[in-house]
Design a protein around this ligand. Structure first.
Ligand code: SIN
Length: 535
């Protein structure tokens, strides 16, 4: 089945996708593919806020410098400067859209909205809506999207691949609907805003994160993938092995929360002069080491000293959620562990979100713009979503102005579907769990050469077992799992190639940093080569 061609096809409905849709829709027709359940994307779960230079007491150079330090030498300086410079205008755009940011209550303050602090930032520069910023931004943008006559939302489709002509140009995407019907969605411009790859791991900060499927869809067309080895683990996810994932925002430490070990000591003080507000790679590694040393299985995050009133004022969502899990955070310290949170790597793009595949763009966590380097600084992610969605919009409008909008819908047909009824879903789910266990054991906060080799071999076996299931690659679940395993393998290959420790990539066999920071770049051919070697 083929749907009418649109000017712009956006796959993913988080902050990046919604912003782009609104920025082009007055002049172009937009098809926006969003997950059926609204709580699926990572944006909605972002608690802390958005980093930008907003107070007259802060300045752009300081934000640039903090980002470069957190990125541990690997940031693309031009991308950092571009993002930070465009930050204040992007926030004003959100304010104009009606996002209910938390107002400042201190009459002496020089900016009307409250600004909090998070790790790596040397100033208060995080604008937020209580402790549920992502939800406030997504809900506000979604209201405007729903009312826009030029935006068609599709929440009945799971996109599994992109359409490409013989010249290599992207012409849209194809996917499967809830009745197992296949559809192709053609467009002049296709934009991936499909999120990261934290779903490769067993414990994550959001309940159902992406597992890099969008990144692999781009790679299948020849797009370059950058810096995949830099998977961020958020230091503080609620420890509750039986319950659903729940993030305890970095803003808790920003407002004065202390990390305590089994003995009740503040262990960060001895490790880094920034203590609990050191960048995430440093804090997550320190927590991991404490967990290995203790019998608790977690550390504590203590904010009792802030007092009941301040806790309720700053963290109403976290307080209510923890209460629902039996923890009164005004009276008890919170048990926390690191969990997979954010992919610093992704589809390589320029400052307008363009990939190396003609007419294919990537924005948000799917993309690797160079902003985050080896370790993303807190609250720079929603900023990147906004700034790059807006610059991408400008590029799409200008390109269509110059080159027209023609694309043909008839020549791109979706693949022949598999017989859905006979498909072994339980087998696929078991393979996915095995992949997550392997990634969590061997490719997480601390890595080793032996562990990476073990992971590579196991992932290859899992990939083979999917390929051997008849019809698997023609069914959406099979195809997506295959993409996920491919991305896991590429992540391991990227980690194996980095003979140093930098940012989020720490290897016990290569503990030192090389003098020169070099970004990693892989394509699907690197995967084919690695698989061929052992055949
Ligand atoms: C948090 O609130 O700690 C998450 C925000 C982010 O990842 O930048």
């Amino acid at each position: 089945m083929s749907t009418p061609t649109s000017d712009v096809l956006i796959i993913g409905g988080g902050v990046a996708g919604l912003t782009l849709a609104l920025e082009v829709a007055d002049q172009r027709s937009v098809t926006l593919v969003r997950p059926a359940q609204d709580d699926q994307g990572a944006s909605r779960w972002a608690q802390g806020g958005i980093a930008a230079v907003l107070s007259p007491d802060d300045d752009l150079e300081a934000h640039i410098n903090d980002t470069l330090i957190a990125g541990d030498g690997l940031c693309d300086v031009e991308a950092v400067r571009f993002t930070v410079t465009h930050g204040p205008a992007a926030i004003q755009w959100l304010i104009d859209q009606g996002v209910p940011f938390t107002p400042e209550t201190d009459p002496a303050a020089r900016y009307p909205y409250h600004l909090t602090r998070e790790g790596g930032h040397n100033a208060r520069r995080i604008i937020h809506a209580d402790d549920a910023t992502g939800r406030a931004v997504v809900d506000t943008l979604l209201d405007s999207v729903a009312q826009h006559p030029n935006i068609t939302q599709r929440n009945d489709l799971t996109v599994v691949g992109l359409l490409q002509d013989v010249h290599g140009t992207c012409h849209g995407a194809y996917g499967n609907d809830t009745n197992q019907q296949w559809h192709s969605l053609t467009a002049r411009h296709t934009v991936l805003a499909t999120g990261g790859a934290s779903g490769l791991y067993r414990h994550t900060t959001t309940p159902a994160p992406s597992s890099g499927e969008g990144m692999m869809m781009a790679a299948e067309l020849g797009a370059r993938l950058m810096n995949l080895e830099f998977q961020q683990f958020h230091p503080t996810c609620l420890f509750d092995p039986e319950g659903p994932a729940f993030l305890i925002s970095e803003a808790v430490r920003g407002e004065g929360g202390h990390l305590l070990n089994e003995a009740g000591e503040r262990f960060m003080l001895a490790l880094d002069k920034r203590a609990e507000l050191a960048p995430r790679d440093v804090v997550a590694r320190a927590i991991d080491a404490e967990i290995q040393r203790s019998s608790l299985g977690h550390v504590w995050l203590d904010i009792r000293h802030l007092g009941e009133k301040a806790i309720h004022h700053h963290f109403p969502t976290i307080q209510a959620h923890c209460a629902s899990r039996g923890i009164d955070i005004t009276q008890q310290a919170i048990p926390v562990v690191p969990a997979a949170h954010y992919s610093c790597g992704g589809v390589a793009t320029n400052l307008q979100g363009a990939t190396n595949v003609a007419n294919l763009y990537a924005i948000g966590e799917t993309a690797c713009t160079g902003l985050h380097g080896a370790n993303r600084m807190a609250s720079n992610s929603l900023l990147e979503c906004l700034v790059f969605a807006r610059s991408c919009a400008q590029a799409l409008l200008a390109d269509a102005e110059q080159n027209g909008l023609t694309t043909s819908s008839s020549e791109f047909q979706p693949p022949t579907p598999a017989a859905a009824a006979t498909f072994p879903k339980a087998v696929l789910s078991d393979i996915r769990q095995q992949m997550r266990t392997t990634m969590s054991q061997h490719v997480s906060i601390v890595r080793s050469t032996t562990g990476l080799s073990t992971a590579l071999e196991h992932l290859k076996t899992l990939l083979n077992s999917v390929e051997e299931i008849q019809g698997a690659l023609k069914a959406p679940e099979g195809k997506r799992l295959h993409q996920t395993l491919q991305l896991a393998l590429l992540t391991v290959i990227a980690a194996q190639q980095r003979h140093e420790s930098r940012g989020l990539h720490y290897s016990t066999d290569w503990p030192h940093q090389r003098p020169q920071a070099i970004a990693s770049a892989l394509s699907i051919n690197d995967l084919t080569d690695a698989l061929e070697k052992n055949r």
